[in-house]
Design a protein around this ligand. Structure first.
Ligand SMILES: [Fe+2]
Length: 181
């Protein structure tokens, strides 16, 4: 049961019985996804970039997708890549952009990245770290500055990196498994 109602007009309404079909996986809930235990932030970025981290919040190996909060603590080129699949983004804090576009995103801004797009993700100097909630469809194809593919990264790379990080810092690999749906 969620928190009990007080003055809400729906007080007394019963929950739907048998809400989860047999075989369905449970929902996922994570409070305050952009905050919390520092150990949950996985150093990320290929090629490796300092001060860039990803906190996974949902992982789907069968869809080759994941959702995360991407954080850049300093202004930097976060990475450069090509997307064969769609991406959704919501800006939580900081300032960021793609060099290939007109806009500069700050808190509250939404972006949809269409399949077929190459771009260079940069974070700006800002009083708050860049934190962006992304729903990512793998793979990402890493690009050099000429736009040539130099590698790839998908949900299996992501799980490997996160698992190694969590197993090395005491969080444990079971935590990563708890995010898989
Ligand atoms: Fe992207």
């Amino acid at each position: 049961m969620p928190e009990a109602p007080t003055t809400e007009p729906w007080a007394g309404t019963p929950p739907v019985p048998h809400s989860l079909r047999p075989g369905a996986k449970p929902e996922a809930y994570m409070a305050k996804i952009a905050e919390g235990d520092e150990r949950l932030w996985v150093p990320i970025g290929r090629p490796q970039v300092e001060d860039v981290y990803s906190k996974p919040v949902w992982i789907s190996p069968t869809l080759n997708m994941w959702a995360d909060v991407l954080m850049a603590k300093k202004p930097c080129i976060v990475n450069r890549h090509y997307h064969p699949k769609p991406i959704w983004a919501y800006t939580i804090s900081g300032k960021w952009a793609y060099l290939e576009h007109e806009w500069t995103a700050t808190a509250g801004d939404f972006i949809f990245e269409t399949p077929g797009e190459s771009h260079t993700l940069v974070s700006y100097a800002h009083e708050d770290p860049m934190k962006v909630f992304f729903v990512v469809s793998g793979p990402l194809m890493w690009l050099d500055e000429h736009g040539n593919s130099v590698g790839h990264y998908d949900v299996f790379d992501y799980m490997k990196d996160a698992r190694a990080h969590y197993e090395s810092n005491g969080i444990g690999g079971a935590y990563l498994d708890s995010l898989i749906r």
